[in-house]
Design a binder for this molecule. Structure first.
Ligand SMILES: NC(=O)C[C@H](N)C(=O)O
Length: 486
């Protein structure tokens, strides 16, 4: 048994059964990180001393206490836009370099209360704005399947760390696809729950009406377990939902009772023919299992990218106003207060963040508000209604996660619109607030490709049950060979 290859569930029960100690696991993970992190560069911060101390604490717990910890001794990485008191939180930005948060994000507290061991903070596009992790102010992260390619973004570090088997799981955040798109590019599972299901307290806000936290793992059951731990009401997040989170079910999906919606708008223009071919192979496999494939229309899909790139930057321009050199992080010198603000923001933010702030400020400004922001909000309602209508007819919707596979460094970074288009199939779920999961559907010339399952709001368990069923039909692996394996 190679410890770093084990998933969350396997590690958790082995540690609970005392077949493995948490310290053994942390030691194995440290070796793996030492081996492959120099190539992949998934992390912005790693704290193995902290991890070792946590592992020791877990190993000293009596059996009856271990029994109560669903993630006892499981190492987990956290995207660096969620606050941790034990490690810095930078959001991938120079403006927060070295920032130590005064409190943990609720998700971090929940993971630790469940016995998880936080190993480090993963790289991301600055403030989660991007689809390749090239917009990190620190360094790029490489796709473990091909080091010349991007891991996707903005949770690229989390996806790469999981695919490179440096951790069994990581948390990401998804505003327009930032969990699902990198999951697809790195061949892992990435799950975005319903808006409001997981507390965002301690998540550095990008676009508050869209942001959601979720897990990236190497199996659906692992994502499910993590979701169970992090989901649920949190009085510190006013948007957090109060509906109870139902327990995991072991029941397999009954394909012959399932109606799968195939939206015609997700299968055509702009879709890489190789991705399209794989998507159709998946559809045939499901049909052969007895699933009923129903062609549906989500007619406002065409406006989704434009809508997202008005709503998200508008909210970002407001959220990021707090980084002014007074309250947080970096401060530039200036002759007066205004000059200090201007210089701090001009020097502290990278070009993509500045672009979004400008776009958002423009969309919200007097005279343009009705034409841009208000109109985008109206179209957003239409997009949500498209899904409501569709879910009257079908149980779940299946689409490609991304129109392409992981691209090479530099291929899209000079053309923001091309970069934005990699979110074309994922932004709709955020605009509608519904859950979505990307699961691997094999490789195309050695590079992973994912498919996306979308479900009605609050039906996470049903969605996860279906995604797990698909995983059994279409198992992934072997994982990329890296480091010492080369
Ligand atoms: N943050 C996200 O969910 C990703 C999206 N690519 C964006 O740049 O806004």
């Amino acid at each position: 048994m190679v410890i770093h290859e084990l998933g969350v569930n396997e590690l958790a029960y082995r540690i609970r059964d005392k077949e493995l100690s948490a310290s053994d696991v942390v030691a194995a993970i440290s070796d793996r990180i030492e081996d492959v992190e120099p190539q992949v560069q998934a992390f912005l911060h790693i704290d193995l001393e902290y991890a070792k101390a946590q592992a020791k604490r877990i190993d000293q717990l009596p059996a009856h206490e271990l029994e109560r910890l669903p993630l006892a001794g499981v190492p987990i990485a956290i995207k660096d836009n969620m606050t941790t008191t034990a490690m810095p939180t930078t959001a991938g930005s120079k403006i927060l370099e070295g920032f130590m948060a005064p409190y943990n994000a609720t998700v971090v507290n929940r993971l630790e209360a469940a016995g998880a061991i936080i190993i480090g903070k993963t790289n991301l596009d600055e403030f989660a704005m991007g689809s390749s992790t090239e917009h990190s102010a620190y360094h790029v992260t490489r796709n473990p399947w091909d080091l010349e390619r991007v891991p996707g973004g903005s949770s690229g570090g989390s996806a790469a760390a999981v695919a490179a088997q440096m951790v069994p799981a990581a948390l990401g955040s998804d505003t327009g696809g930032s969990i699902r798109q990198p999951a697809s590019y790195c061949g892992v599972t990435g799950f975005k729950p319903t808006y409001g299901r997981v507390s965002r307290y301690g998540l550095i806000a990008f676009a508050s009406s869209l942001d959601q936290i979720g897990p990236l793992t190497r199996s659906v059951d692992d994502a499910w377990l993590l979701y169970q731990v992090i989901a649920g009401h949190d009085p510190f997040d006013a948007t957090s939902l109060t509906q109870p989170v139902e327990p995991r079910t072991a029941e397999p999906v009954q394909w012959n009772q399932l109606r799968i919606g195939i939206p015609k708008e997700y299968d055509g223009e702009g879709l890489d023919p190789r991705v399209q071919e794989r998507y159709h192979q998946v559809l045939s496999t499901l049909e052969a299992q007895g699933a009923k494939l129903i062609e549906i229309s989500l007619p406002h899909t065409h406006y989704a990218i434009a809508t997202y790139y008005l709503v998200a930057p508008a909210e970002a321009s407001s959220n990021l106003s707090r980084f002014d050199g007074v309250r947080y992080g970096y401060r530039a010198q200036g002759n007066d207060l205004l000059e200090m603000y201007e210089r701090t923001r001009a020097e502290g933010f990278g070009p993509e963040v500045i672009r979004r702030i400008l776009l958002g400020t423009h969309a919200l400004s007097a005279g343009y508000y009705d034409a841009y922001y208000l109109k985008a909000q109206k179209v957003r309602t239409l997009i949500r209604q498209d899904f409501e209508t569709a879910f009257g007819q079908v149980d779940v919707i299946l689409t490609p996660t991304t129109p392409d596979i992981a691209f090479k460094f530099g291929e899209k970074s000079q053309d923001p619109l091309q970069m934005y288009l990699s979110d074309v199939f994922t932004v709709t779920a955020n605009l509608a607030g519904i859950p979505g999961i990307s699961t691997p559907a094999g490789l195309i010339s050695g590079i992973p490709v994912g498919i996306q399952w979308l479900g009605p709001a609050l039906q996470e368990n049903r969605l996860l049950q279906i995604a797990r069923g698909f995983e059994e039909l279409w198992p992934s692996g072997p994982w990329p060979s890296l480091g010492g394996d080369l």
